[in-house]
Design a binder for this molecule. Structure first.
Ligand code: NIG
Length: 424
């Protein structure tokens, strides 16, 4: 299929973009892309590709922007219940970390998730993934972390594998058994850390070999934060995970700085995520490393806080900056990377071009799939978006409505704005 007549085709070619290289979109005016068998074969100017491939079926982009599908590299997309009441309590003055310490917050969702059977979890998560896809996300990271006991965590892993099978999205799965101290361990937090390290991680390792044979091991993540896991406990979890062969990630500096970003660099984590209260010294370390800095601007926005990831400092330090939704029921129930981009432009002063690259090629790098997706280059997977706009800057400039007209996933076309949508 030849997609042609794009006002701008954003190739975002050349690999992950560090520091002030962020935002190099590789724009082809009057652009075209040739797709065969789920892959991109060629990109170029419409006149040239029409002449080179005169007999291909055609898709007229009709003056719209064509770009790579969004990659959302940090979500907690699978959970039971909701926390609408907590949202109201927080607006009235309750503090997130106090609720967490009191066995509410994440633990409220843990109670609802433990009660839900796998069919209920799959059904609720399916609709979130559907919204992500229709808003242009073609690859997503998905964390467990609302089970916090072996059986429920495995149920979440099983549900995520089933959801990836049935959905159009590519999924990178993350085991987040160390998301919070479950209520039954409130008096013995170290006992829970030991359980994660000595029991859960080895079980997940074996379970994965049986249920996802041949597939790369999931990431292991930890929430390094006041009232969650301290630095020593985070180190214990990630070190054990590494020993077992898992790639690792960390939630660091969302509220308080416990040293998680430094730990991420020291242990070679694929990403360090949140990075709101990160020190200048740690930003320099991140910039000198291959650990991707994932910013989650919907989280402070969702919490009505005013501090965001210091994006300019990260770029000055040469970091690989990525963006994600952090879709979760507590701090950021948002499925749209378009909204993340709009927010990053305003709250973090990224340009639309920088935010777009952070939401595509750099986001792919954060979950180690940048060799397959995140840009439009020959050989890459044919995951593309046709946006109903003439200029890429409409992403960022506009917000709150869906600008995606068509999602092309592995070469198949799904129309979004005419209401027709294939789910099976
Ligand atoms: O990103 N950092 C870890 N977890 C979530 C909160 C999840 C919740 O409150 O349910 C976050 O903000």
């Amino acid at each position: 299929m030849l997609i042609h007549s794009a006002s701008q085709l954003l190739t975002i070619a050349g690999g992950p973009q560090r520091g002030h290289h962020l935002g190099e979109l590789g724009i082809i005016e009057d652009g075209a892309a040739l797709i065969r068998d789920e892959r991109i074969v060629a990109v170029g100017n419409t006149t040239d590709l029409r002449a080179a491939y005169p007999h291909e079926p055609r898709l007229d982009a009709d003056g719209c922007v064509v770009m790579p599908g969004f990659v959302d590299p940090h979500t907690h997309v699978i959970w039971g219940g909701d926390r609408a009441m907590e949202f109201e309590q927080r607006l009235e003055g309750a503090r997130y970390l106090d609720l967490l310490a009191a066995g509410e917050g994440i633990n409220a969702t843990v109670r609802a998730t433990r009660k839900a059977n796998i069919e209920e979890l799959v059904a609720q998560t399916r609709s979130r993934l559907f919204r992500m896809f229709s808003h242009g996300t073609t690859s997503v990271e998905a964390k467990t972390g609302y089970g916090l006991q072996t059986a429920t965590e495995l149920r979440l892993l099983k549900a995520l594998l089933a959801l990836e099978d049935e959905s159009r999205l590519d999924m990178a799965i993350t085991f987040l058994g160390a998301h919070a101290i479950p209520t039954e361990f409130q008096q013995n937090p170290q006992g829970y850390v030991d359980l994660v390290c000595d029991t859960m991680l080895p079980i997940v390792r074996q379970w994965w070999e049986v249920h996802a044979p041949g597939r790369q091991l999931p990431f292991v993540d930890v929430f390094c934060e006041t009232n969650a896991f301290d630095l020593a406990q985070s180190r214990q979890v990630l070190t054990r995970a590494k020993e077992l062969g898992f790639p690792i990630k960390i939630n660091a500096d969302e509220f308080d700085n416990l040293g998680g970003a430094r730990l991420a660099v020291e242990l070679g984590a694929a990403s360090a995520d949140h990075l709101v209260s990160t020190s200048d010294e740690e930003i320099v370390l991140l910039g000198a490393s291959d650990t991707v800095a994932i910013s989650l601007p919907c989280t402070p926005f969702g919490l009505a806080q005013h501090e965001y990831t210091p994006a300019k400092k990260l770029l000055d330090a040469n970091c690989i900056l990525a963006l994600a939704t952090d879709c979760n029921p507590g701090t950021s129930w948002n499925e749209s990377m378009q909204f993340v981009i709009a927010l990053a432009c305003r709250a973090m002063k990224l340009t639309p071009a920088q935010a777009i690259a952070a939401a595509t090629i750099n986001a792919a790098q954060a979950i180690r799939i940048a060799d397959r997706v995140g840009s439009l280059e020959p050989g890459k997977q044919a995951d593309l978006l046709v946006l109903s706009v003439p200029d890429y800057r409409h992403l960022g400039y506009r917000f709150g409505t869906n600008l995606v007209k068509q999602v092309i996933k592995k070469g198949r076309v799904y129309s979004v704005d005419v209401g027709y949508y294939r789910t099976a």
